[in-house]
Design a protein around this ligand. Structure first.
Ligand SMILES: [Zn+2]
Length: 161
């Protein structure tokens, strides 16, 4: 967020919940994008380090001993970009904003009014709220309801490295 100016508050970050340490940056003016991902070995090193051992033991970040936190911080700051990230080649990506709508419907299971683009489609083809889906990710989001078909294609080209 610091490096890009993108923040959750501004709403210009879209989290995909893929469980990966990667991001795609889109330049809306030039319709170009680039993908960067943490190098697995760099992430694995961090996960095996003393800071994460503390965290896994239930220690809150603010309670991790200063020297351990500092060592982790220093290691990241000292590493090169290439040592931390795999950075792909720029590629074309046409970004278009989701339309501002107030499209809602009643969940076909619980009946609560739900914003359409947050609904899931069940195996039986019912549109249900996240709470009624077995989990938020068991059913696909029906993006076609509120966005054009181009939004089904997210920018995830294979890394060129
Ligand atoms: Zn529901």
């Amino acid at each position: 967020m610091l490096a890009t100016g993108c923040t959750y508050g501004k709403g210009n970050i879209h989290k995909l919940f893929w469980g990966k340490w990667a991001l795609t940056l889109v330049d809306k003016r030039t319709s170009r994008a680039i993908r960067a991902s943490m190098r697995p070995e760099a992430m694995e090193r961090a996960l095996e380090g003393p800071f994460l051992k503390q965290r896994l033991a239930g220690v809150l970040p603010s309670n991790v001993p200063q020297d351990i936190a500092q060592e982790q911080f220093d290691g990241i700051v000292a590493a090169s970009d290439e040592g931390l990230f795999t950075i792909g080649e720029p590629f074309k990506f046409q970004w278009s904003p989701p339309p501002t709508t107030f499209q809602v419907m009643r969940c076909e299971s619980c009946g609560e009014l739900t914003v359409l683009r947050h609904m899931r489609v069940s195996d039986e083809g019912k549109r249900v709220c996240v709470g009624c889906a077995r989990s938020a990710f068991d059913y696909p989001t029906d993006l076609a309801l509120t966005r054009g078909p181009e939004h089904h294609q997210w920018p995830f080209p294979p890394n060129s490295h």
